[in-house]
Design a protein around this ligand. Structure first.
Ligand code: IPD
Length: 285
């Protein structure tokens, strides 16, 4: 893919710097998590919680990513609404911009605030709304998932060893698959629909996990640990980086209708190709 104003070499160099920044923010989050009682917790616009650890991490990311591409703007979980008033307006604006850093300093805030180790730092560079660089860092294990559009996906383990993520397509069936999902906090009809999908999927698969960080869930699909992930109502910062990682590892990412996915959509299904159609069929049923 040709990116106007950025060579492949420059993008690779940026990716390396972003990996370092994500690791640094992870260290800060872990340090803060050791003293949970010191954190100030409040509710955010979309139902859910936010702490000053999220806000500090976001400010750190913005400060360190800004010099990498001067003209890039930021769509960041804890500040996007403030700039544009509402989530809807913010998303409309950012979708059309040339370069946007879509960032979630802490995906899995509820886990984090309950002292669980399943949370991640998500950083995506989007070019006219399309992810071209995606990084998800898991502070607790010091693992980093990284993908560049068209160049594959990689995992850096705790010792910095780099492994290519390459999913194999086989004849696996849904009934032998382990799935993962989440529930964004909708109410009423949509919420009931999600539960009925959950029930149907439970009957048709080997099992389902609800872990609490959509970004890490999707990365674990790209590692072959889970076979598929689906959720309605997520925001671009939860899925932008991870969806590119899954696509670049050979997985398939669409919306609930099977159409090509982009981070500004309402629904997401990401799977090993072997079972993607079977998962979509259950969602539609
Ligand atoms: C949440 C997590 C969770 C998903 C929620 C998200 P946050 O992100 O990704 O898995 O089910 O919909 O809001 O709020 O903890 O950053």
């Amino acid at each position: 893919m040709k990116i106007e104003g950025l060579t492949a070499k420059e993008l690779k160099e940026i990716a390396e710097k972003v990996v370092t920044v994500s690791t640094a923010v992870g260290v800060k989050l872990l340090r803060r998590q050791r003293k949970l009682s010191d954190l100030k917790i409040s509710t955010k616009e979309a139902q859910g919680v936010v702490s000053n650890a999220d806000v500090e991490a976001e400010n750190f990311l913005i400060k360190n990513l800004k010099p990498l591409i001067e003209e890039a703007e930021f769509l960041a979980e804890e500040s996007a609404f403030k700039t544009y008033g509402s989530k809807k307006d913010a998303l409309k604006k950012y979708k059309e911009k040339k370069f946007v850093w879509i960032i979630d300093p802490l995906d899995g805030t509820t886990n984090y605030l309950n002292n669980m180790d399943y949370f991640g730092v998500c950083i995506c560079l989007a070019y006219y709304g399309e992810p071209v660089l995606g990084i998800v860092h898991r502070p607790a294990t010091n693992e980093t998932y990284c993908a560049i559009k068209g160049k594959g996906a990689f995992l850096f383990n705790t010792h910095g060893k780099k492994t290519r993520l390459k999913l194999v397509t086989n004849k696996k069936r849904l009934k032998d698959s382990l799935l993962v999902t989440g529930f964004a906090c909708e109410k009423g009809e949509v919420f009931n629909k999600e539960f009925s999908i959950f029930k149907n999927m439970m009957k048709k698969s080997r099992g389902i996990r609800r872990m609490g960080s959509a970004a890490l869930d999707i990365c674990l699909v790209s590692q072959g640990i889970f076979d598929s992930f689906w959720e309605r109502g997520l925001s671009p910062w939860d899925v932008a980086a991870a969806s590119l990682i899954l696509e670049e590892s050979g997985g398939v990412v669409t919306n609930y209708n099977g159409r090509a996915f982009h981070p500004f959509q309402e629904t997401i299904v990401g799977s090993n190709e072997s079972i993607h159609k079977q998962v979509l069929a259950v969602i539609k049923s």
